[in-house]
Design a protein around this ligand. Structure first.
Ligand code: 8Y7
Length: 255
């Protein structure tokens, strides 16, 4: 999954793709580089990011979606209104960092046949990195995801449509993120495909001392570790390089 942020303040590529034309071009490049899914988002969930109105979010996402509906597009949103509009405009997947907890979100995706990513986040984006605490991060994240799978199924969303994601960096310290990565295999118990987003994240910065534009090697190491832990969708900025990691890993695993 290749990331296209249509925001003025993303930490990884802020404002690079705010113009619809630039975003479309970048999406096409990521697809050509080997992304199976393009994830587009119009709201930055970075701590301290400026809030975005629903109208503004729609205005960022829809013009881009309209020009790439030949691709498999995921829309990163927490808003039911944006989910509905995106699905109407041809989105194949909804990637919700709030796991369809907003009132009306389950209903917004139910009648579609889209895939859904249910991600774990502790707290709210603005404050989630203020001393997050867990007794057992893996058990707690897993239990949350188990409950959200049940909520989705209960609302009539077939299990076959679901993907889960532990939400690296969303209300987690570097140590929490490493613990999740070490024990990623345990998420296999949930029996839905696992997605992981570690690309360029601050844990890599913390470990290597590198600024965001120098985190490619760290991101590729994380990608390989996530694959080894059972992740089957990697949400990344550097598609071409991550593809090579996947190719090598797949060859290694051929008996
Ligand atoms: C993730 C994500 C972000 C992630 C899923 C960033 C929208 C921060 N991270 N969605 N979104 N998983 N499913 O660093 O890890 O790209 S935004």
């Amino acid at each position: 999954m290749g990331v296209v942020n249509i925001t003025p303040d993303s930490f990884s590529d802020g404002a690079l793709f705010l113009e619809p034309h630039a975003a479309v071009e970048h999406a096409r490049k990521l697809a050509a580089d080997g992304a199976d899914i393009i994830d587009i988002g119009g709201e930055s969930t970075r701590p301290g990011a400026a809030p975005v109105s629903e109208a503004e979010e729609l205005q960022r996402v829809l013009p881009v979606l309209g020009k790439i509906h030949d691709l498999c597009v995921s829309v990163d949103t927490r808003r039911p209104g944006v989910m509905r509009a995106a699905l109407e405009a041809g989105a194949s997947m909804i990637n919700d960092v709030q796991a369809l907890q907003a009132p009306g979100a389950l209903e917004a995706v139910r009648s579609s046949r889209c895939a859904v990513c249910l991600m774990h986040m502790k707290g709210e984006p603005a404050t989630m990195q203020r001393e997050p605490h867990y007794d057992d991060v893996v058990a707690e994240v897993k239990e949350f995801l188990r409950q959200r799978i049940a909520a989705a199924e209960g609302a009539g969303i077939a299990r076959e449509r679901l993907v889960v994601d532990p939400g690296f960096g969303f209300g987690k310290t570097a140590e929490h993120n490493l613990q999740l990565l070490r024990r990623l295999r345990e998420f296999g118990d949930l029996e839905v495909p696992l997605m992981a987003g570690l690309s360029r994240k601050s844990t890599i910065g913390k470990l290597t001392g590198r600024p965001v534009e120098e985190r490619l090697a760290g991101s590729l190491a994380m990608a390989l570790l996530a694959l080894e832990g059972g992740a089957r969708i990697l949400r990344v900025h550097d598609v071409k390089d991550t593809r090579d990691v996947i190719t090598v890993w797949q060859a290694f695993n051929e008996s």
